[in-house]
Design a protein around this ligand. Structure first.
Ligand code: PLP
Length: 408
C-alpha cells in the first residue's frame, strides 16, 4: 500500500527534464477523434505539422516524423547515412551521449569517443578543438560522421554546435554532422540550416511540450545524398518513402494522428507568439538564471562548470558529499508531490535535475524550488541561505517583458 504524507490533490509538479508538463491547450487538441489517415482531411493536418516542425527546427529542408521515441530517431539518423563498419566520431558530454555511442556500437559502426579526462567531461560542453584535431589527423577521410549532443539532459550542459561545424569546415573534412537536440529543441536556441547541421534528431516530450511518442530527423541536402548510397540495413526508419509521401501531406504507415494534433498546436504555441522562437529561447534563459540563482544561494554546486554553456533546459544540482541525491528526491516526492530528475549514469546519487523546459512560468519554477528547498532541509542538508528568497528576488527584479523585448 502506498502511504503518502500528502493528499494528492491539485496538480502533480512534473519538474523532470522530460517528459515535460503538457499544456491543457495541447491536451485538448489531442482529444479530438482520430481520423482516417488516408482520408482527405488528413493531408491538411500532415502539411500543417510538417511545415510547423520545419519552422521549429529553423529549416527549409525535409523533417521526418516517426512514431517512436528519441532513441528511435537516433537510430534512424545513423542507419540512413552510414554503412556497416563506417567510422564515426562521437563526443561524450554525459549519459545521453554515452547511450548514443552504445547504440552505434550495437549497430556495428566503428566508433571513437572524444572527451576531457575524468569527471570534468560531464561538466563541460563539446570541446570543438578536440574534434578538429582528430579530423585533421584523418587524412584518408575514414570518419563519415561526427555525432554530438546539443543539450546534454543528464548534466544540464549545452554544446556550441556552430563551433563544431567550424571545426569540421576548418579542416575541409567531408564528415556529416549529426546532432541530438532531443531536449534542446523548443527551449534552447537551435538553427538546423544556419548552423549547417546534416541530421538533427529530436523527440516530442521535452521542449515541444507533447507526450512521449514522436521522434524527428531534420535532414540536409548532403544527408539525403548520403542516404542514397548508405548500406546500413533499414526499412521502417528509411527516409526515402517517408520524404516522398510527405510531399502530399500523407505518411507511408499509420502516423500517431492524435500526437500530430498536439504537434500542430505546439508549433502554433511556439511560433505564433510575440517574438516567436527567439522569445521562447530568451524566456528559458531567464528561467534558468532564476533557478541557478537559487542553487547558488543554497551554497550548492551546479553540475555544469562552464557558465558559457549553462543549459536553458535544466539545471543539475550537486548534493554535498555524503548526501544521496535520490534520497532527497524521494523525500520531495513523498512530501510535496514534486518529481525531480534523478542523476543518471556515473552521477547517480550525486545530483538531481530541475527541469525548466517547455511549458513553465515563474511560479511553477518557484514551486519546484520551494519543494526542493524544503526537501533538502528535511534530508539534513545545511543550506547557506534561502534559494527560494533569492529566486523570488531574481524573478521579481527581472521582468519577462524586458527579456522578451531584448529578443525581439
Ligand atoms: C530524452 C533524451 C534522449 C532519449 O530519448 P527517448 O525519447 O527517451 O528515447 C536522448 N537524448 C537526449 C539528449 C535526451 O534528452
Amino acid at each position: 500500500m502506498l502511504t503518502l504524507d500528502f493528499h494528492p490533490t491539485g496538480r502533480h509538479f512534473l519538474s523532470i527534464p522530460g517528459p515535460s508538463p503538457v499544456p491543457d491547450r495541447i491536451l485538448r487538441a489531442m482529444s479530438l477523434p482520430t481520423i482516417d489517415h488516408r482520408g482527405p482531411e488528413f493531408a491538411v493536418l500532415g502539411k500543417r505539422v510538417l511545415s510547423g516542425i520545419q519552422q521549429v527546427f529553423r529549416t527549409r529542408q525535409p523533417v521526418v516524423i516517426y512514431p517512436g521515441s528519441g532513441t528511435g530517431a537516433w537510430e534512424a539518423a545513423l542507419c540512413n547515412v552510414l554503412s556497416p563498419g563506417d567510422a564515426v566520431l562521437m563526443y561524450e558530454t554525459g549519459q545521453f551521449a554515452a547511450l548514443w555511442h552504445k547504440m552505434a556500437v550495437r549497430l556495428g559502426l566503428k566508433t571513437e569517443v572524444l572527451g576531457l579526462p575524468g569527471a570534468e567531461n560531464w561538466r563541460r560542453g563539446v570541446q570543438a578543438d578536440l574534434i578538429e584535431k582528430r579530423l585533421r589527423a584523418d587524412t584518408q577521410h575514414e570518419i563519415k560522421a561526427v555525432c554530438v549532443v546539443h543539450n546534454e539532459t543528464s548534466t544540464g550542459v549545452t554544446s556550441d554546435i556552430q563551433a563544431v561545424r567550424r571545426a569540421i569546415d576548418a579542416c575541409k573534412h567531408p564528415a556529416l554532422l549529426l546532432v541530438d537536440t532531443i531536449s534542446g529543441l523548443g527551449s534552447a536556441e537551435y538553427q538546423h540550416d544556419a548552423w549547417g547541421v546534416d541530421v538533427s534528431i529530436s523527440g516530442s516530450q521535452k521542449g515541444l511540450m507533447l507526450p512521449p511518442g514522436l521522434g524527428f530527423n531534420a535532414l540536409s541536402a548532403r544527408a539525403i545524398e548520403a542516404s542514397k548510397t548508405a548500406r546500413m540495413p533499414k526499412a521502417y526508419w528509411a527516409w526515402d518513402e517517408m520524404v516522398e509521401m510527405n510531399k502530399t501531406g500523407y505518411f507511408p504507415t499509420t502516423p500517431n494522428t492524435n500526437l500530430l494534433y498536439g504537434l500542430a498546436e505546439a508549433c502554433d504555441m511556439l511560433l505564433q507568439q510575440d517574438g516567436g522562437l527567439d522569445a521562447v529561447w530568451a524566456r528559458h534563459q531567464r528561467w534558468a538564471e532564476g533557478v541557478r540563482t537559487a542553487v547558488r544561494a543554497w551554497g550548492l554546486e551546479i553540475q555544469c562548470a562552464d557558465p558559457a554553456v549553462y543549459s536553458p533546459v535544466l539545471t543539475g544540482v550537486v548534493t554535498p558529499e555524503g548526501v544521496d541525491a535520490d534520497k532527497v528526491r524521494q523525500v520531495i516526492w513523498e512530501r510535496f508531490d514534486l518529481s525531480l530528475g534523478t542523476g543518471l549514469g556515473k552521477v547517480k546519487g550525486r545530483m538531481f535535475r530541475i527541469g525548466h523546459l517547455g511549458d513553465c512560468n515563474d511560479l511553477t519554477l518557484m514551486a519546484a524550488l520551494s519543494g526542493s528547498e524544503m526537501g533538502l532541509k528535511l534530508a539534513g542538508v545545511k543550506l547557506a541561505s534561502s534559494g527560494v528568497q533569492a529566486a523570488m528576488e531574481y524573478f521579481a527584479g527581472h521582468p519577462a517583458t524586458a527579456v522578451l523585448k531584448k529578443a525581439a
